[in-house]
Design a protein around this ligand. Structure first.
Ligand code: ZN
Length: 183
């Protein structure tokens, strides 16, 4: 079931979420919670969603990128759900790229992120998993892990002048493209 997305300003977006313990994980309603997260992410053309974005303060995230309209050209990665994810290692090098957020609709900002991260998490069966992730997928992971810690991408921006309304950013991109064609 697709749910409304909680936007910035609501306290639940700014509060660190609590761990998903065995009691929550094995609750018979829990699969439905994760399914609602996936439906909500897909319904809003997102590439990731944290539980607090549907108002639940638990450390659960979902991610997926497949022919995404909000991030055309982004490399694909498969649907995945993680509980209690945390970054245990990260590249010293960071990369800047444009990022948006379903809880801050209509805007994009230039955000530095580690180019790779090693993440530890619990899977749906309660097993500990460890994965090394690179590129755009690593960016999305860092964005979602920030969410469950009560942070949003704007907190990571070194220069707020690189914070744009999407329509203005598109206008600039079109102008740059035209200039390139003429040049
Ligand atoms: Zn977000």
């Amino acid at each position: 079931m697709k749910l409304p997305i909680v936007r910035i300003g609501a306290p639940v977006i700014r509060r660190p979420c609590r761990a998903v313990d065995d009691q929550i994980r094995t609750d018979k309603r829990f699969p439905q919670v994760l399914k609602s997260m996936v439906d909500t992410m897909r319904g809003a053309d997102g590439v990731g969603l944290a539980a607090n974005q549907i108002g639940l303060d638990i450390r659960a995230i979902v991610l997926e990128c497949r022919k995404n309209r909000r991030y055309p050209g982004a490399p694909h990665f498969k649907l995945q759900s993680w509980l209690n994810p945390r970054i245990v290692e990260a590249s010293s090098k960071k990369k800047m790229d444009w990022e948006g957020c379903l809880s801050i609709p209509g805007y994009r900002g230039l955000v530095p992120r580690h180019s790779w991260v090693v993440v530890e998490a619990t899977d749906l069966k309660g097993r500990q998993v460890r994965r090394r992730i690179t590129g755009f997928e690593a960016r999305v992971f860092q964005h979602e892990i920030d969410h469950i810690n009560g942070r949003v991408y704007v907190d990571r921006m070194p220069n707020l002048k690189a914070w744009f309304h999407e329509e203005e950013l598109n206008r600039l991109a079109r102008a740059a493209l035209n200039k390139k064609r003429k040049g």
